[in-house]
Ligand binder design. Structure first.
Ligand code: GLC
Length: 749
């Protein structure tokens, strides 16, 4: 049959005209400079768009272009400079996933998605490899910064908003890593062993909500196993659940993996093997030839690829500009970062800073080496990062010159030393800003500073990223040097009646209980993107009231999380350095036992009434809010919830209302089922928020009959300012709801 040029209306004809070689080639990416082992690797290639993660192959005779995939999720990861031109290709550094989720503002997240989608398109890419949506099972996961929450509903809703935003620009999102990729240790082999209830209710639910509500063009299958099956070759994960139950109609592409069982991957419904190796093309041809792979399975994947390709800017020959509106996107990143910051403590209304505070003493290396994002594929080559000095200066607040000079001369020295020491295999240190060791500060220097400053600000920074998990010592917990710094600065500045503010510049949770008493105010700035220092200053000066709330529990001790017992814990960074294979830095049993089941985060702490440092959903404002007129009623197959929020304070602000449902006799005390955020309310102003929840999302998973089940009965809905600050409660009578699902991906007996 004469070859036809691909068109949206002739996909079957093109498919019929393709040779087996062409079909096989289309299911395998265009290659990478990495090794072809079974390990993990970063996507980086120089063709078409330098620095983008990967491409597919071109078949000009069929009118099939290469399409380009670039990492995210916090911005387009491409090289900022290219050979042969002095033009630059900086991309906007948006806030990390956790910071965006902490806004609880789906409209705002969708706007960020639009900006990311626009930059993806204008830099000539077709797919952005984000959002990251794995659950925060435990604070020690190195990539929590790229993910959203310990709660699946919040994860799903924020992920759906991000996907809608990205895809509104005519490019594809690639939510990742489907699924249960909630640790970095041993990530390419680890077998995540968990109950059907935990799998369905926690680790799949967020992806399910996102797929049903936002219809991503693609999704990324994760490296790991689930209950003994590699996801990348699991028919049950990729076809039975993802396609048949949830209605996913896009392309599944692997994470950047070496050569595995290619025939099994294709049969499972993994359409595209990335980054792609010639061996995989031969594997497909051989498997069809020897009957171990049905050509029908190949055709299904090829059809999926053709349907994806005709949607892409490259297929449409979109004349991308290579000059997105970085200034406009910087404004969006600044606003979204500000709105995602969480005020944990504000004794005596320390914040916003009083007008007479004109000079501050800035302590902590990350005040100056401010981390805009995390490490690994999720880092972005930004045009700049606004640190705390610049952010405060832009807000009219100066920093004391002496300690500023000392830190700013320390940073290049510490950076050089760290890079000189790094193990050649610690590749991720080149992907973003590593955490520099804290600089010792003498009492004598603090005594000098207190005479020059009206207040002290201490920034505690943490860095983490792809390929390695965190440690409890000197990472989740503060180092001895950090403890001393906070204690001495606090003692000296408080002696002079001057406030001490701590800024947490981290993508992950840290320990706070042992030192929070030394701080008058604590603000979680997360890793807020390139405008970080300006966003922090927006909050410190009161230009914006903080309105972010925690999307994960901050425990008193890391070991308070039941999952910590079963979380791989390298004893130190040294563990990584001494192990040759960075992908599995410490000896493992190659499986993780989710003994805690559904008791993750507030589901554990609230069910067993355990103390926490700061609860899920917690965040202070510069004002206060009163809730009234809560209603909950069944309308068709939805429960409609509404509540009126009034700003009862003296400053404007936004409030996030959370609604938790209690299932009588259920496994957990309560579960988040809905949330909404007010607009900026002026003092005295009110807004009535309405939330609609499909009854199907109220059900819990019944393992006995492999079904979602909501028994007939009366249910209470708690309208809350956090998971531990219930304001109003309403009851609703609901009929039984059941939804059978395939009994697949079950734990091995
Ligand atoms: C990495 C990451 C994935 C990323 C991909 C391409 O190993 O796991 O998140 O998108 O490879 O760089």
């Amino acid at each position: 049959m004469r070859a036809q040029l691909l068109h949206p209306d002739n996909i079957d004809a093109v498919l019929a005209s393709m040779t087996l070689e062409q079909k096989a080639q289309l299911l395998v990416g265009g290659g990478n400079d990495g090794f072809a082992g079974s390990g993990a690797m970063l996507g980086h290639q120089k063709r078409l768009v330098a620095g983008a993660a990967g491409i597919t192959v071109e078949m000009a005779g069929l009118g099939i272009p290469s399409i380009v995939m670039a990492d995210g999720p916090a911005g387009v990861h491409i090289d900022s400079v290219r050979e042969g031109t002095d033009k630059t290709y900086f991309a906007t550094g948006f806030p990390i996933g956790t910071a965006l989720a902490s806004t609880w503002n789906t409209e705002l997240v969708e706007q960020v998605g639009q900006a990311i989608g626009n930059e993806t398109r204008e830099y000539g890419c077709d797919i952005i490899l984000g959002p990251g949506m794995n659950l925060h099972r435990n604070p020690l996961c190195g990539r929590n910064f790229e993910y959203y929450s310990e709660d699946p509903i919040l994860t799903g809703k924020i992920g759906a908003a991000m996907v809608r935003g990205i895809q509104s620009q005519g490019v594809g999102a690639c939510p990742k890593h489907y699924a249960v990729n909630s640790q970095e240790s041993d990530r390419t082999k680890v077998d995540e062993r968990l109950s059907a209830k935990a799998l369905r209710e926690l680790y799949l639910r967020g992806f399910e909500i996102m797929v049903r509500e936002a219809k991503p063009w693609t999704i990324m299958s994760s490296y790991n196993q689930i209950n003994g099956e590699f996801v990348q070759q699991s028919y049950d994960a990729l076809t039975t659940i993802l396609r048949r139950e949830w209605g996913f109609d896009g392309v599944v592409l692997t994470d950047w993996t070496g050569v595995r069982n290619t025939a099994a991957q294709v049969h499972a419904g993994n359409d595209l093997m990335m980054p792609g190796y010639p061996q995989q093309v031969q594997d497909i041809i051989a498997a069809v030839g020897n009957g171990t792979l049905a050509i029908a399975d190949v055709d299904t994947c090829v059809r999926g690829m053709l349907e994806l390709i005709v949607r892409t800017p490259r297929y449409k020959a979109y004349p991308y500009s290579d000059r997105p509106d970085l200034a406009a996107h910087a404004a969006i990143t600044r606003q979204s970062a500000t709105e995602g910051m969480v005020l944990l403590k504000n004794d005596g209304d320390t914040l916003p800073l009083r007008p007479e505070i004109r000079t501050v003493a800035l302590f902590g290396v990350n005040s100056y080496d401010f981390a805009s994002g995390g490490l690994g594929s999720g880092c972005v080559n930004t045009p700049y990062v606004v640190d705390m000095v610049a952010g405060l200066r832009n807000a009219g607040i100066s920093t004391t010159p002496l300690i500023t000079d000392i830190y700013q001369s320390y940073i290049p020295f510490a950076t050089k030393k760290l890079r000189a020491d790094k193990d050649p295999l610690m590749w991720f240190l080149d992907q973003g800003q590593p955490k520099l060791p804290e600089m010792e500060v003498s009492d004598r220097l603090i005594e000098t500073e207190v005479t020059q400053a009206d207040a002290a600000i201490i920034t505690l920074g943490r860095q983490a990223g792809e390929g390695m998990d965190r440690t409890i010592e000197d990472d989740f917990n503060l180092t001895a040097g950090e403890h001393r710094l906070i204690r001495r600065v606090s003692e000296i500045f408080r002696r002079e009646g001057k406030p001490v503010i701590v800024i947490i510049n981290s993508g992950s949770v840290i320990e706070t209980a042992s030192w929070q008493a030394y701080a008058d105010a604590i603000l979680v700035a997360w890793q807020p993107g390139e405008e970080g220092g300006n966003s922090v200053a927006d909050v410190l000066t009161g230009k914006v009231s903080p309105s972010g709330k925690l999307t994960m529990t901050w425990p008193v001790a890391c070991s308070d999380h039941p999952s910590t017992r079963n979380f791989p814990q390298p004893m130190s960074l040294y563990d990584y350095k001494e192990r040759a294979n960075w992908g599995c830095p410490i000896e493992f049993v190659h499986y993780t036992n989710h003994a805690e089941g559904v008791y993750v985060g507030y589901r554990h702490f609230d069910t067993f009434d355990r103390p926490v440092a700061y609860p899920f959903g917690f965040g202070l404002s510069y004002t206060s809010f009163e809730y009234s007129r809560a209603t909950a009623k069944l309308q068709g197959d939805e429960v409609v919830l509404s509540v009126t929020v009034r700003n009862a304070g003296e400053r404007s602000g936004k409030e996030i209302v959370q609604v938790y449902m209690t299932i009588p006799g259920g496994a957990v005390a309560h579960e988040l089922k809905a949330f909404a955020k007010t607009r900026e309310l002026q003092p005295g102003e009110s807004e009535t928020l309405t939330m609609r929840v499909p009854v199907r999302l109220l059900a819990s998973f019944d393992e006995t009959d492999s079904r979602w089940l909501l028994p007939k009965g009366e249910y209470s809905f708690a309208f809350a300012a956090s998971s531990r600050d219930i304001r109003l409660t309403q009851k609703v009578r609901l009929n039984q709801y059941t939804e059978p699902v395939h009994p697949v991906l079950l734990p091995e007996e």
